[in-house]
Design a protein around this ligand. Structure first.
Ligand code: URA
Length: 189
């Protein structure tokens, strides 16, 4: 683990810890406020993210930005990262060995950001962070606290593109996040 961003960012350059390195154009490390109170964790880069090198800049990201706007969240105020930093071929789910190889980077990011709240976007984020026994359908919308961090699992934004009805849950879950954030902030002043 690195105690500073510079060393962590240097350590991932040219990463060959898993086979996803062979197909990538860019490592999609993470973006946003490095001291954010709220962090979002997705699954892995898609084609647009791989091309640009930034998480959630494609269709799913645009949907997330719309929700952010409605909630008064500024994309630059939060921190956004993924379970894997390189694009899985055909946007398939990251395999276990890939997620395992990459997770230390994310753990280090969490350690440095020190968020109060982490939003887990979809099943891959949920299972890799909280455990395989968690199912997104049963867990979304429900807070879990672990080592001083509050976790809110919700649908992955790409799931909203496939099923519009999930937008209502997604909105409700993010509303809960904002209420909790306001509650935490009111206690610190
Ligand atoms: N889906 C993800 O999980 N992450 C991204 O960065 C983009 C799409």
């Amino acid at each position: 683990m690195y105690d500073n961003w510079e060393d962590l960012e240097k350590s991932i350059v040219g990463c060959k810890k898993c086979k996803l390195c062979t197909g990538r154009n860019n490592i999609v490390f993470g973006v946003g406020n490095k001291n954010a109170d709220i962090m979002f964790i997705g699954e892995g880069p898609g084609a647009d993210e791989d091309r640009i090198g930034e998480p959630f800049v494609g269709k799913a990201g645009k949907l997330m930005d719309q929700a952010f706007k409605g909630l008064g969240i500024d994309r630059n105020e939060v921190y956004i990262a993924n379970i894997v930093k390189c694009r899985p071929p055909q946007n398939r789910t990251p395999e276990q060995d890939e997620a395992r190889a990459c997770l230390d980077y994310l753990r280090n990011q969490v350690m440095l950001v020190r968020p109060k709240i982490i939003v887990l976007l979809g099943s891959t984020a949920l299972k890799n962070i909280l455990g395989e026994e968690y199912a997104i359908t049963a867990s979304r919308g429900i807070w879990t606290q672990k080592k001083g961090i509050l976790y809110m699992p919700t649908w992955h934004p790409a799931a909203l593109l496939r099923d519009e009805s999930k937008k209502i849950d997604f909105w409700k879950d993010l509303k809960q996040v904002m209420s909790k954030y306001d509650e935490l902030m009111s206690k610190t002043v």
